[in-house]
Design a binder for this molecule. Sequence first.
Ligand SMILES: NC(=O)c1ccc[n+]([C@@H]2O[C@H](COP(=O)([O-])OP(=O)(O)OC[C@H]3O[C@@H](n4cnc5c(N)ncnc54)[C@H](OP(=O)(O)O)[C@@H]3O)[C@@H](O)[C@H]2O)c1
Length: 241
Amino acid sequence: METNKTFALVSGANRGIGLAIATGLARRGVDVLLGCRDLGRGEAACATLQKEGLNVRPVQLDATDDASVSALALLIAQDHGRLDILVNNAGIGLDHDASLSTTERMRRTLEVNVVGVARLTEAMTPLLARSKRPRIVNVSSELSSFGLRSKPDWIYANFAMPTYQASKAALNSLTLSYARLLKDKGAKVNAICPGYTATEATNFMGTRTPDQAAVIAIKFALLEDDGPTGVFVNEAGELPW
Ligand SMILES: NC(=O)c1ccc[n+]([C@@H]2O[C@H](COP(=O)([O-])OP(=O)(O)OC[C@H]3O[C@@H](n4cnc5c(N)ncnc54)[C@H](OP(=O)(O)O)[C@@H]3O)[C@@H](O)[C@H]2O)c1
């Protein structure tokens, strides 16, 4: 089975930061599966990249759906035999959705940002275990950092997005747990913060481009064997949990 290639799966890759991560990895020679809820949107995203000669392929992936995730694990096992890189990028934030109750916002957000990540990670673990260099990158947010949130002079000290921040704090906890659980398999499992980025999620208000946001995720997806595991980072360095 194509041993000299590197295979990556990026969730939520049809747009925004996920698409930029997938594009950046493909430009570095990685074969990238773009996990997309809507395959049609994935095909449209891939068409542009394929014109560049990049090895990208859209795959159906809804992180909240057991059947979707198991079907994808089977497809990767059949077509590639293993997975080298998993980027858990898919994420939502519903704190500003006034049409939903707080409990409904919490339920839906945790289902994607936490349960979805656990579901996808566990389904991909047997495939990652067959890689010589398994890497998992969880796309988190510094808004969830307890260390930063407890500093009154921190730039976002006055931010409060209860469901989103709770979900990313839980994602950080998953990062540490999987880093421990997968250590024996040589895996590096890390959380990254892409920074405040202009995407649909921020109504394009962010100050960074998706390409800038993708840099740190790509770096940690391609970590060498002497790289860290179980850390939370942004472009400037390590972040407190
Ligand atoms: N933008 C920022 O400033 C910022 C800062 C820190 C962290 N982040 C994190 O970065 C990641 C990407 O965000 P973004 O800004 O690029 O947002 P975005 O443009 O809204 O993209 C989110 C992606 O996640 C997908 N998605 C949503 N629910 C899903 C599900 N159940 N299963 C699979 N995919 C699903 C979306 O698919 P559809 O198109 O089908 O909805 C979309 O592809 C998120 O985890 C976000 O929390 C963003």
